[in-house]
Ligand binder design. Structure first.
Ligand SMILES: C[S@@+](CC[C@H](N)C(=O)[O-])C[C@H]1O[C@@H](n2cnc3c(N)ncnc32)[C@H](O)[C@@H]1O
Length: 195
């Protein structure tokens, strides 16, 4: 059951989307009747399985580089009978290329790379599609960056802040930031010409 996947992920400290973020994502898919989804960062396929269970016409391509995560993800997908709907690509995101166009791109992998992922995949987003970025408040740490003891962690959180700022100033996109949903969600769409 999907609740067992969540339980064992939490026990093993595998990072999965928080309940609020998941509800937001599922609501967006239902409301817009999205069918073609790309996910960056599968982990054990908890979010992918939740999205696929919404409708059997939904197809998800999801990318995971870690061997152990990939194997567990494939097992979980098989056990849910969703192998026709979810394809896990076992590779670094940086190496994934496709001509396919997606309704929704859910970004949930290396937080320091969000700007790069955006440029890598924006060409695969349909005109009316949306991108969703998770962990935009990073456990609340973006509010107290200077108090973070570890230099690596501080640098990571600074990169997330910079990404937020860049997105707020990028005239190609309309964005909405939801700091109060899950671990913080950024919703992005292409800005339409005002003609
Ligand atoms: C937060 S977890 C994904 C959680 C999943 N979306 C969920 O909510 O169930 C992030 C995953 O991205 C993977 N990842 C990080 N950087 C990656 C990269 N460059 N290429 C492929 N996978 C990557 C990690 O191994 C990890 O399993």
């Amino acid at each position: 059951m999907i609740s067992d996947i969540k339980e064992s992920a939490l026990q093993e400290k595998i990072p999965i989307i928080q309940d609020g973020g998941l509800l937001f994502l599922l609501g967006l898919i239902v409301e817009n009747e999205y069918k073609e989804i790309l996910e960056l960062g599968t982990a054990v396929a908890y979010s992918a399985i939740n999205m696929a269970l919404l409708d059997d016409e939904i197809h998800i391509d999801t990318i995971e580089k870690d061997d152990r995560m990939y194997e567990q993800a494939v097992r979980n997908i098989e056990e849910q009978g969703l192998s026709d709907q979810i394809k896990v690509y076992h590779m670094p995101i940086e190496e994934f290329r496709t001509d396919k166009m997606y309704d929704l791109i859910f970004v949930d992998a290396a937080k320091a790379q969000y700007g790069k992922y955006l440029e890598q995949f924006i060409g695969n987003l349909k005109d009316d599609g949306k991108m969703v970025f998770d962990n935009m408040i990073f456990h609340g740490m973006i509010y107290e960056t200077e108090r973070i003891g570890s230099r690596n962690l501080r640098n990571l959180v600074k990169k997330i802040r910079l990404f937020r700022e860049n997105m707020q100033n990028d005239e190609r996109f309309d964005i909405m930031l939801f700091d109060n949903i899950g671990d913080g969600i950024l919703l992005l769409s292409r800005r339409k010409d005002e003609t």
